[in-house]
Write a protein that binds this ligand. Structure first.
Ligand SMILES: O=C(O)CCC(=O)C(=O)O
Length: 326
């Protein structure tokens, strides 16, 4: 009997320990009605802790019909990722994020690519496209959001991120705080704190000298969901600090500056979100310094491409493409 008690006791302790580690690695969810600028600042923003805020959208759904109605022929720059890249070791990649091949297209034409599934087959994504001067920024709660959370210094307008279910925005970090709001469908976000930067094998800073902004030092060379511990042994350490969250329509994920995140659009249909970047806590960090250094190294290539774009027949579009990469 004492032996049985000991075994049961051990099982209990182990299961409590597992629950605790789950707890450590989950992101809190709070209802918008219980958030004030003070609680948001004290509990999350000041210390750089991610949080999901729920209950944002009471009505309205940003489905394809609604978006076509609002955005019509307005041109957006689309990223042509292609699925093949995900089968390859990232160390063989020649481009990443907004450094991939891109092309301007009227919104309704992109909607057609989503409907006829060409966007799924070729993994074509509409990423970080400003909604400035569209009727969408005035929608519902947007103007009041910053006020409600006490975020006072937006650095960008609201940006649209939409594409086919299954698309993955690879693991990276930003130097600004971000609020990602789910408008249609759901996304899974895998996060790691800034302390794990070097366990996530970022692309090298000085690579910007050769690759300009095509391969960025704020992107990781690992696949957190398909770890290759032989090539990236320290990833094992980072995985203990992995957080995972699913955001559904009407939920906002606050991603503090420096937090690594990989975002997967769930399901098979169109998935869409908006985000906005905000000036973050005024703190010096290595993660920010790496990005500044990367930009500095990329500057000669960026200036050269701007000069070439300036003399091209499609000057405005080519310049817009380069500026969007920044
Ligand atoms: O929604 C996405 O696909 C990516 C969003 C993102 O990277 C961000 O909000 O910083």
């Amino acid at each position: 009997m004492p032996a049985l008690n000991l075994v049961l006791g051990l099982l209990l302790v182990t299961s409590v320990a597992c629950d605790m580690s789950d707890l450590v690695n989950s992101i809190p969810r709070v209802d918008i009605l219980s958030v004030t600028p003070e609680t948001f600042s004290d509990r999350y923003q000041k210390n750089g802790n991610p949080v999901v805020i729920t209950g944002l959208l009471e009505e309205g759904d940003w489905n394809l019909e609604y978006l076509c109605d609002r955005l019509g022929d307005r041109e957006f720059i689309l990223r042509f990722y292609g699925h093949e890249r995900y089968k390859r070791d990232k160390r063989q990649w020649k481009s990443i994020g907004s450094g991939v091949e891109s092309q301007g297209m009227p919104f309704v034409k992109y909607a057609e690519l989503l409907r006829n599934r060409q966007a799924h087959e070729q993994d074509i994504y509409l990423a970080k496209c400003s909604l400035k001067d569209t009727s969408l920024t005035h929608a519902n709660f947007f103007p009041k959001l910053g006020e409600k959370l006490g975020l006072k210094q937006p650095v960008t307008d609201f940006n649209l991120w939409m594409g086919p279910g299954g698309h993955i925005e690879c693991l990276h970090y930003d130097t600004l705080d971000s609020t990602l709001i789910q408008m249609h469908g759901a996304k899974k976000v895998v996060l790691f704190p800034p302390s794990q930067t070097f366990n996530l094998y970022p692309f090298p800073v000085f690579g910007h000298l050769w690759h300009g902004l095509k391969l960025r030092c704020w992107f990781s060379r690992v696949y957190p969901e398909q770890p290759d511990f032989k090539s990236f042994p320290k990833l094992q350490v980072a995985l203990d600090r992995k957080y995972e969250v699913i955001i559904d329509r009407g939920e906002l994920l606050y991603i503090p500056a420096g937090w690594w995140h990989e975002v997967t659009a769930l399901g098979d249909e169109m998935v869409c979100s908006v985000n906005r970047f905000w000036r973050s806590r005024n703190q010096f960090s290595w993660t920010t310094l790496r990005v500044y250094l990367g930009f500095l190294c990329a500057a000669p290539q960026v200036l050269l491409s701007l000069a070439i774009a300036f003399f091209s027949p499609n000057r405005d579009r080519e310049i817009r493409k380069i500026l969007q990469m920044i």
